[in-house]
Design a protein around this ligand. Structure first.
Ligand code: SF4
Length: 364
């Protein structure tokens, strides 16, 4: 129903769990770094001040879990070009202020382009039903939004509808981060909502290959603390295990029809995650059968993927997303870069770590 279940915010339970974390850290007797891979985790951690409850030596870092933040600049440039070329570009509200090389979609809109905010791919398809002009859905996000985009494409959308896919697929990005030499991650707290689609079974191979304990976690304070306790148990036992700490929403197989629709429509390809790396198999593009809905096929989009903006070169967003830096290490944080006038994508989205840290007063 969307109503929070208050038992997952119960202070007494939270205290029991933080005591448990303390005891586990005593047993481990060393430093532990856990990476979460989800903007909603960062939001909850900041909002409830969970970092201040953690025992000494236990650090939680954010990984590449904010889809807006990892959308690459040329992808934004493509959307801007389509909008300036007279197409109606529909996208999620968070995408409007994400800086492109020269302009954001918001800037293009201010200059007269028709850019519309939608809450879903199906809303974008509805706009196409009502309009004669071409409507391009700038499709961003992970599995949680890629599956609904796929559902719209399998339901015979209007002919003047197409998508510009910037959808990304999380597991390969976790592999890249797990391999980064200077990111010492002892365990992953995987994102509960992506796992409602993919199922937690998806992480089995990852855990086997990289030998890092991984726990799928929910988004209430108790869920997160519980997930951390499970991770610390694995770490104490030196066991690269996999657990599902979000059983009320996530199953081993996930949402099979949604998953099947997603893989019917999309396939993976190598793609750039802004500021992090070029990641094999981590971008989702339309399969041959759906190419008629691919804005990149339908229109001649010509963006320069090599140009860059000097100010954004100082942005540490990529390092933050890779778990190598915290937002307040960026010299522009809260000064030249604010939510009203963002330099990097991490300051734009409600899931962006810089915006979250600023909102909750520095180090949350
Ligand atoms: Fe980038 Fe702004 Fe965050 Fe600095 S504060 S890392 S410029 S988004």
């Amino acid at each position: 129903s969307g109503e929070p279940d208050l038992q997952f915010r119960d202070p007494e339970k939270a205290e029991q769990l933080t005591d448990k974390l303390e005891a586990l850290m005593d047993d481990i007797d060393g430093r532990v770094t856990i990476m979460h891979v989800c903007g909603s985790h960062e939001q909850a951690i900041a909002k409830y001040g969970l970092r201040s409850l953690l025992p000494d030596g236990l650090t939680i870092r954010m990984g590449p879990g904010c889809p807006v933040c990892v959308t690459d600049m040329p992808e934004v440039d493509e959307a801007v070009e389509l909008a300036e070329d007279g197409k109606i570009v529909a996208t999620y509200g968070d995408m409007l202020r994400v800086p492109g090389t020269e302009k954001s979609l918001d800037d293009a809109k201010a200059d007269g382009a028709d850019v519309r905010v939608v809450y879903s791919a199906s809303e974008a398809a509805e706009i196409a039903e009502e309009e004669d002009r071409e409507v391009v859905f700038f499709a961003t996000g992970f599995e949680t939004t890629a599956a609904p985009t796929a559902a719209v494409l399998t339901a015979d959308p209007p002919e003047n509808f197409s998508i510009l896919s910037a959808h990304k697929y999380v597991p390969p990005a976790m592999e890249v981060v797990a391999e980064l030499p200077d990111t010492d991650v002892d365990g992953f707290l995987a994102a509960g909502h992506a796992a409602t689609i993919t199922g937690y079974g998806l992480f089995e191979e990852f855990v086997e290959d990289y030998e890092v304990p991984t726990v799928v976690g929910g988004f209430e304070p108790i869920d997160i603390l519980f997930g951390l306790a499970q991770l610390l148990e694995f770490i104490r036992d030196d066991e690269p295990g996999l657990a599902n700490a979000y059983q009320r929403c996530v199953t081993e197989a996930g949402n099979v029809p949604a998953k099947e629709a997603m893989w019917d429509v999309f396939e993976t390809t190598t793609g750039e995650w802004r500021g992090i790396a070029e990641i094999p198999d981590a971008n989702l593009v339309l399969r041959e059968e759906y190419k008629q809905y691919d804005a990149r096929e339908r229109f001649d989009i010509d963006v320069d993927t090599t140009s860059s903006n000097p100010l954004t070169e100082e942005c540490l967003c990529g390092d933050i997303m890779a778990g190598k830096a915290d937002p307040d290490e960026c010299e522009l944080f809260g000064e030249e870069c604010t939510p009203q006038d963002p330099v990097g994508a991490c300051m734009v989205s409600s899931e962006g770590p810089c915006k979250i840290w600023l909102e909750y007063g520095g180090q949350p």
